[in-house]
Design a protein around this ligand. Structure first.
Ligand code: SF4
Length: 451
């Protein structure tokens, strides 16, 4: 059970100095209790307090980190069962598999796709995260050379090293250096050797039992031996069983604080079917229902892209609107005679409108007004995109120094504020743009200034 803000406050020095970036100790304590600040941000708390608060406020599902630096991949850290209760913290990692038994062309094709398949959506880069490197015949040399190819062709991929041999995993972990891989996997038969390698190499270790019960027992044993960073594979390889296990693990960890299952999970849709569409369907269910990592057999764009979109939707923080910064955005190299458009800062609106302007190839200025992430009509109804606020923004934005004309294009849905806006901006002519962003290209191509 986490500590309350008042309990945390009792452990703070109560100087109210603001050095933590929060004006008072009470406000800071509340933020720590809500998981919005780290106790370490107060320079005056003792190590003992840091440890106590850190332990009490640790998420019931441990955060596991793979990779390094800017290519760090995190999984786990979850604190709730349902997204609307707070948010889901770390998106399900999507992994492609390469094995020592694959021919060179197949390996190259998969690794090339891993590097090439990147999509920009509402300002976020969507891509697969991990490459699972699997030893199939116990050949350490073949495993090392496969790993070397993965590291050089996909330097930003987090790595899963898969072998029955602790020695081969150790060699792989050494080759990865600081770019920490996940070692897969400790089983009841090899747990001691795998645990020794994981400890020596300071790498997270996957734990695989034949059932969820056996996985929990093994996890408990390994924790007892001092291993902290575990990832769970409950051994299930059917849709129904793996789905049930993901739910049981999440509920046990979050509702019952059951520590042996308080780790992210790894799942293998690639081992549940040979049909790529069925594999995609299984993965989509597991993204929605708590899988930490899904290992796919391959990574074709027509399978990967919808999964990445689903993941983006599920792991977006429902309490924080996606916004872009209030500013003037030049598109297609505008100059002093280019059209000026204005819209809200809801990021989806921004990316759709800017995409259409870009597609039109008409040099334009796009003014983005802060509407706290609300879309055009919602912001207008909430009084955040009213004529007086738009006028204030236009005056202070600096657009008047960038263009000679005084014509402002407003969204078609705001036609009713034209008169009011012309009163607020007497030097400007207000033009009503199209209602739909998709109609912007023809509109802009025939646009003429009025002011
Ligand atoms: S830095 Fe520490 S003492 Fe100062 S206000 Fe923050 S919590 Fe209080």
């Amino acid at each position: 059970m986490g500590l309350t803000g008042i309990e945390i406050l009792k452990m703070l020095p109560k100087k109210n100095c603001g050095e933590c970036g929060v004006p008072t100790c009470l406000a800071f304590a509340m933020k720590v209790a809500a998981g919005q600040e780290d106790i370490g941000a107060c320079p005056y708390v003792s190590d003992e307090v840091k440890e106590k608060v850190g332990e009490a406020s640790a998420p019931p599902i441990r955060t596991i980190t793979l990779g390094s630096g800017e290519h760090k991949f995190e999984v786990g850290g979850e604190t709730c069962l349902y997204r609307h209760e707070k948010r889901f913290e770390h998106p399900t990692g999507l992994s492609v598999m390469v094995t020592t038994e694959m021919n060179d062309d197949e390996v190259s094709a998969r690794l090339s796709r891993f590097s090439a398949l990147r999509y920009d959506r509402v300002g976020v880069e969507l891509k697969a995260d991990l490459v699972a490197v699997k030893d199939e015949g116990g050949d350490g040399e073949a495993f090392s050379s496969l790993l070397e190819r993965v590291r050089s062709q996909c330097p930003d991929a987090a790595i899963i090293l898969m072998s029955e041999s602790a020695g081969i995993l150790k060699g792989g972990a050494e080759a990865c250096g600081d770019h920490k891989p996940l070692l897969y996997a400790a089983t009841p038969a090899n747990a001691d050797n795998m645990a020794a390698v994981a400890k020596e190499m300071d790498c997270p270790l996957a734990v695989r039992g034949a059932t969820i019960g056996e996985t929990a027992e093994l996890s408990e044993k390994l924790q007892g031996e001092g291993l902290k960073d575990l990832v769970l594979d409950t051994g299930a390889r059917t849709m129904k069983a793996v789905f049930e296990d993901q739910v049981v693990c999440r509920r046990a960890a979050i509702k019952h604080k059951y520590k042996p299952l308080g780790f992210p999970t790894i799942t293998f849709p690639c081992e549940m079917t040979r049909d790529s569409l069925t594999e995609a369907m299984i993965t989509s269910v597991l993204i929605a229902k708590y899988a930490g990592i899904c290992v796919l057999s391959d990574n074709h764009g027509d399978i990967l892209f919808p999964l990445l979109l689903e993941r983006l939707n599920i792991f977006t923080d429902p309490q924080r609107p996606m916004v872009v910064q209030e500013d003037i955005y030049p598109i297609n190299g505008p100059e002093e005679n280019s059209p000026v458009l204005i819209t809200c800062n809801f990021s989806l609106t921004y990316f759709i409108v800017s995409g259409e302007i870009e597609g039109s190839k008409v040099p334009s200025w796009l003014l983005i007004k802060d509407t706290e992430g609300l879309s055009v009509l919602t912001a207008w109804a909430a009084g955040k995109f009213s004529a007086d606020l738009i006028a204030q923004f236009v005056k202070k934005s600096g657009i008047e120094e960038k263009v000679k004309h005084r014509s402002l294009i407003i969204p078609g849905y705001l036609a009713s504020i034209k008169g009011e806006l012309e009163e607020e901006l007497p030097d400007w002519k207000i033009q009503i743009g199209p209602r739909e962003a998709s109609h912007l290209p023809p509109y802009l191509k025939s646009w003429k200034p009025e002011g």
